[in-house]
Design a protein around this ligand. Structure first.
Ligand code: NAD
Ligand code: UDP
Ligand code: UDP
Length: 330
């Protein structure tokens, strides 16, 4: 039986990945410090004999026996990763060193959840993997962007220097059930606002673009990448190439929820990338993978999740305990 470690496994993406691995019969060790994730995301797996949850911070060494490591631990939304930026960089860099050290000792295959943020505010569109990016090294987003870039460097140096079997996925904006309702990301913000008939907060003119991938598609890409041959190291873009402006997203969410919400413009956060869309040619060729869930379908499933959350917890759902619950987006 394959022993799989998922760091950040109690988070949004991590919990869906744990679901997928358990469903196919793997033994899963989920490691999380519950900074932005929570037990609620994996509670349904607790009784499963193949699932184990461990509270641990990846900036500290971890000695366990595993065959595969998915390294997802890191706060992902700007509100959360800017709340304690020093810890964000430590999580990416020290966390990568520790997980690579673990992979080296156990000879495990290891996958890094990297990000489209390594491209910064890009001059190349859509972004291909050979584009080196345009990242501000001293701005508010740098703790995340540069931390993730350094983690990629470490992965490829452990690969070259120690022969580690590495996989690097550059994940583009992903959404779906179990996103934190208060993490400030655009999809969760708009849906929660629309369901309460509150104004949808569009930052700037709303002409900036993103490409949104539904979580099931993304998890499928991660699983395929981990299963690929040792020659497939990446970096590989994983995301949905369908591109939308934030204004389009806002009107789609209002339409799907039947909300009475208006649109309210707020200042654009600093270093906010103007446009983002993955070129997924490499992932399609190497993994036979491509996203299948369209935006309206994925949004409808996500809206159903947040409807349930709001019905169960009311407005308290939005203020659910989180270290960054009081942080603001700008
Ligand atoms: P998330 O915040 O829901 O999950 C991150 C998880 O990591 C949380 O459960 C958190 O508690 C845990 N964590 C944070 N610091 C930790 C530490 N030091 N030790 C142990 N656990 C720690 O975010 P997510 O959207 O699920 O993102 C998962 C990964 O995917 C992250 O590495 C993120 O950078 C990457 N990613 C996500 C997206 C996206 O759109 N969701 C896009 C690009 C990259
Ligand atoms: N490490 C770990 N678990 C292990 C092996 C190593 O957490 O099973 C950590 C340990 O903290 C070490 C780091 O990974 O410092 C990097 O390991 P490596 O073997 O590359 O370097 P070392 O510092 O041991 O020379
Ligand atoms: N955004 C917005 N309103 C919100 C939250 C975000 O208009 O309430 C915008 C934000 O400025 C950015 C885009 O939506 O241009 C995506 O933001 P998110 O934080 O989800 O992800 P990232 O900026 O990391 O891609």
């Amino acid at each position: 039986m394959t022993q799989v470690l998922v760091t950040g496994g109690a988070g949004f993406l991590g919990s869906h990945l744990c679901d997928r691995l358990i469903a196919r019969g793997d033994e899963v060790l989920c490691v999380d410090n519950f900074y932005t994730g929570g037990k609620a995301n994996v509670r349904h797996l607790m009784g499963n004999k193949n699932f184990e949850l461990m509270r641990h911070d990846v900036t500290f060494p971890l000695y366990v026996e595993v065959d595969r490591i998915f390294n997802l631990a890191c706060p992902a939304s700007p509100v959360h990763y800017q709340h304690d930026p020093v810890q964000t960089t430590k999580t990416s860099v020290h966390g990568a060193i520790n997980m690579l050290g673990l992979a080296k000792r156990t000879k495990a295959r290891i996958l890094q959840a990297s990000t489209s943020e390594v491209y910064g505010d890009p001059e190349v569109h859509p972004q291909t993997e050979d584009y080196w990016g345009r990242v501000n090294p001293v701005g508010l987003r740098s703790c995340y962007d540069e931390g993730k870039r350094c983690a990629e460097t470490l992965f490829f140096d452990y690969h070259r220097q120690h022969g580690l079997r590495v996989k690097v996925a550059r994940i583009f904006n992903t959404y779906g059930p179990r996103m934190h309702p208060n993490d400030g990301r655009v999809v969760s913000n708009f849906i929660v606002q629309a369901l309460q008939n509150l104004p949808l907060t569009v930052y700037g003119e709303g002409t900036q673009t993103r490409s949104f991938c539904y979580v099931d598609d993304l998890v499928d890409g991660l699983v395929r990448l981990m299963a690929s041959g040792d020659d497939v190291t990446g970096p590989l873009n994983l995301g949905n190439p369908e591109e939308h402006t934030m204004l389009e997203l806002a009107t789609t969410v209002i339409d799907l929820t039947g909300s009475r919400s208006s649109i309210e413009h707020k200042p654009l956060p600093s270093d906010d990338p103007l446009q983002r869309r993955p070129d997924i040619t490499r992932a399609v060729a190497a993994l036979g993978w491509q996203p299948r869930v369209g935006l309206r379908d994925g949004l409808a499933r996500t809206i159903a999740y947040f409807e349930g959350l709001l019905a169960a917890h009311g407005r308290h759902a939005v203020a659910r305990a989180s270290p960054a619950a009081s942080a603001t987006a700008t």
